[in-house]
Design a protein around this ligand. Structure first.
Ligand SMILES: Cc1cc2nc3c(=O)[nH]c(=O)nc-3n(C[C@H](O)[C@H](O)[C@H](O)COP(=O)(O)OP(=O)(O)OC[C@H]3O[C@@H](n4cnc5c(N)ncnc54)[C@H](O)[C@@H]3O)c2cc1C
Length: 386
């Protein structure tokens, strides 16, 4: 016997869980199928910076209790290079919006609890292997599930993308040829601001996560092995790139996670076919250079929840038909900003014939951001906004 639900959702990340919660609030029968265990998804540390639209969505839909209790408001970022450091208080620039720092695994934990409280069904340890977009049928290791609609929220390596016909959906993709070692440390933040350090050894980044945990990024070779980066090497390279001799020491602590992140971006267009819709990383992967992925996922979940609610409760599918057209311009703006951040943060490889030209160009880009108020307003609007 196949499970049945009005809306089947594949994946219990931010996209699937926000969508599930919004649909349940409208009384729509939903079933989430998730490959990982509950413990696994509730402990997977990834994003932390929620933009203003995400905070609004979570607050307006009754999903913000944890974020409001322990999230930290964040309004400043700093850039360091050989010429010095400058800070941008983006909370006083652009639209005056700020980030809320709330670790993704805490948000996912809250969203699962609230989804179950709203009567939502979720099956963990279920790996979806095939989706039929015409009939909204999903095959998995536990058998088969059927819905009126199916939503793929299974990330960029999931199966839902593959269920879109190759001749109808285009995947616009770019590998930026850059890799980061993403590090979590049991250490309080060293600076009050998100700090981006530009150095000839490569980029280094510092981002708050919670009072006890700080995330750092180090640009590394694409084929580097995280095991080749013991704690001492990480801290000593961070000290060089963060120029601690000029700006003061880092607050060190044990490294609790180190993983490689390749900077890749892609957009699937259209994000829907038949009864299947994609949301979150499944629809568009964005490099973490501008902290946009979870925020895009939440934006799409809200748009799709409204459209599915119209379809189910009023038999009106106009908003569903427009789903890709509604989301893609916002996705591409985020991609454009993220791409701009990548070119700002990373120098050219030494072997590139015009490396010298590119280096000076990057310095000009940074000085424009430091000196031009209109450039700063534009930066702030795009940095926090979707
Ligand atoms: C190091 C790092 C830092 C980041 N920092 C930020 C940040 O500060 N701000 C920000 O906005 N974004 C950030 N991001 C990006 C953000 O984490 C992702 O964009 C976000 O998780 C996307 O949510 P999602 O729900 O689309 O996908 P995911 O969170 O990837 O969830 C997909 C779910 O689908 C499940 N799944 C996959 N395949 C199957 C299958 N076949 N069957 C069943 N289930 C399946 C997976 O187990 C997973 O639980 C960061 C990412 C990384 C890696």
């Amino acid at each position: 016997m196949a499970d049945r639900a009005t809306v089947l959702i594949v994946g219990a990340g931010p996209a699937g869980l926000v969508l599930g919660n919004l649909l349940r609030a409208n009384g729509i029968d939903t079933l989430i199928l998730e490959r990982g265990s509950r413990e696994r998804v509730q402990t997977r540390a990834r994003a932390g910076f929620l933009g203003a639209n995400s905070a609004r969505v979570l607050t307006e839909h009754g999903l913000a209790a944890g974020m409001l209790r322990s999230g930290q408001s964040h309004d400043t970022c700093a850039f360091r290079d050989a010429e010095g450091e400058f800070e941008l208080n983006y909370g006083e620039l652009g639209r005056g919006e700020v980030h809320t720092v709330y670790p993704q695994q805490h948000l996912v934990t809250d969203l699962i609890a609230e989804y179950l409280h709203r009567g939502g069904r979720i099956r963990f340890d279920v790996t979806v292997t095939e989706i039929d977009a015409a009939t909204a049928t999903v095959r998995h290791n536990g058998g088969e599930s059927r819905g009126r609609f199916v939503v793929g929220c299974d990330g960029s390596n999931g199966v839902s993308r593959r269920a879109l016909p190759a001749d109808l959906a285009t995947r616009h993709a770019r590998d930026h040829g850059i890799a980061w070692l993403a590090v979590l440390t049991e250490a309080p933040q060293s600076m009050t601001a998100v700090t981006y350090a530009l150095h000839d050894n490569g980029f280094a980044g510092h981002m708050a996560r919670s009072p006890q945990v700080t995330r750092y990024y180090l640009q590394v070779c694409a084929d580097d092995d995280p095991a080749a980066w013991p704690d001492e090497r990480i801290w000593s390279e961070l000290a060089i790139r963060m120029r601690v001799d000029r700006f003061g020491p880092l607050r060190e602590g044990p490294v609790t996670e180190r993983r490689m992140v390749r900077l890749r971006s892609d957009v699937v267009d259209p994000m829907q076919h038949g009864r299947l819709f994609l949301a979150g990383d499944a629809a568009s992967l964005i490099s973490p250079s501008a902290a946009k992925g979870a925020n895009l996922a939440i934006m799409q979940a809200e748009v799709l929840a409204r459209a599915l609610t119209d379809a189910v409760t009023r038999e009106d599918e106009a908003a569903l038909r427009a789903y890709s057209r509604t989301c893609l311009p916002r996705i591409w703006r985020a991609q454009e900003f993220s791409h701009w951040m990548i070119t700002l943060l990373h120098g050219p490889a030494a072997a590139e014939p015009d490396a010298g030209f590119q280096r000076v160009l990057r310095r000009a880009r940074l000085s424009s951001l430091r000196d031009s108020r209109s450039h700063q307003d534009f930066f702030a609007e795009n940095y926090v906004g979707i």
